[in-house]
Design a protein around this ligand. Structure first.
Ligand SMILES: C[S@@+](CC[C@H](N)C(=O)[O-])C[C@H]1O[C@@H](n2cnc3c(N)ncnc32)[C@H](O)[C@@H]1O
Length: 280
């Protein structure tokens, strides 16, 4: 389980330190997701795009490049990540960032006609209320597009690490609990989008390589990345002694077994969801 408070604290801080490597894990999904969003934006003459849970701002900047003339606002609950986004944007016109909780966010000066997110909408305590708030913040007819992970089983970087853990693993969160896999079940997401008033919901499955390690020693890079972010980092926070040493040995073998073409990469699987706010 990853809660909003985690992102406001240590998890957000670590993601801010590691944004180059987290971006790399999304690279195989990024272009397709941005292309889909840009296509929707042009077909609907979109003028104001909200990037929800924008992290270090890579998607906000890519959308600003792709949709000429549109204003962009990236919001994130983590001050550290918004700080990185602002620094990267360097005061570019059309682009702004704000520290805000998307489940409560409203800005009368920025009424989006597209709401976008790359993996930033799975952490709400009450997703129906959050998506309803986002719908109400938007113009009639606004488009929604976001990505999220499919099941743990289809995401080998996560299921594989889970299988390496010694017996006393952290309890598996209940289905739909806030966290990276909260939106794995499409029936759940379809229900919550309908319950929050979004129409025309549709999901597209996308498979992509999750690159955890690269450079002159990809296995060492993947080992250091996994000890900072994700299920291995979470597990390591609560194990010590022999169990820790065993886990790290297994993690090393797991990474080495996935070294191919000069990178350590794992199968990853996401949904790209689209939906609309009804026209007035
Ligand atoms: C998995 S990261 C994805 C970040 C970014 N979209 C990317 O693709 O690199 C999830 C992001 O959602 C943000 N987040 C989580 N809950 C949020 C909330 N209630 N409101 C705004 N941002 C939130 C986190 O701080 C984090 O930056």
């Amino acid at each position: 389980m990853t809660l909003m408070q985690d992102w406001q604290g240590k998890t957000g801080d670590v993601w801010a330190d590691e944004w180059l490597r987290t971006d790399r894990t999304f690279e195989g999904l990024h272009r397709l997701l941005i292309d889909r969003a840009v296509d929707i934006a042009y077909r609907n003459d979109v003028r104001a795009i909200l990037d929800i849970g924008c992290g270090a701002g890579s998607t906000t900047l890519a959308l600003a490049d792709g949709v000429s003339g549109a204003r962009l606002l990236g919001i994130d609950i983590s001050e550290a990540l918004v700080g990185i986004s602002r620094a990267r944007a360097g005061g570019a016109p059309r682009i702004a960032f704000a520290v805000a909780d998307a489940s409560r966010w409203r800005d009368p000066a920025f009424v989006p006609d597209m709401l976008f997110s790359r993996h930033g909408v799975m952490f709400f305590d009450d997703p129906v209320a959050a998506f309803e708030n986002l719908r109400q913040s938007a113009r009639p007819g606004a488009s929604l597009i976001f990505s999220c992970f499919r099941s743990v089983e289809e995401n080998r970087w996560a299921s594989g690490i889970g299988a390496l853990l010694p017996d006393m693993t952290a309890p598996v969160p209940p289905p739909g609990a806030p966290g990276p896999f909260a939106f794995a079940d499409p029936a759940h997401v379809e229900h919550l989008l309908a319950a929050s008033g979004w129409t025309q919901a549709a999901a597209e499955p996308v498979d992509f390589p999750y690159v955890a390690g690269a450079g002159h020693d990809p296995v060492a890079d993947a080992m250091s990345y996994f000890q900072r972010i994700g299920p291995a980092a979470r597990a390591l926070a609560s194990i010590s002694g022999e169990a820790r040493a065993t886990f790290l040995r297994r993690l090393q073998d797991f990474c080495a077994a996935h070294l191919a073409g000069g990178v350590v990469r794992f199968p990853a699987a996401a949904w790209i969801w689209t939906a609309r706010k009804a026209s007035a």
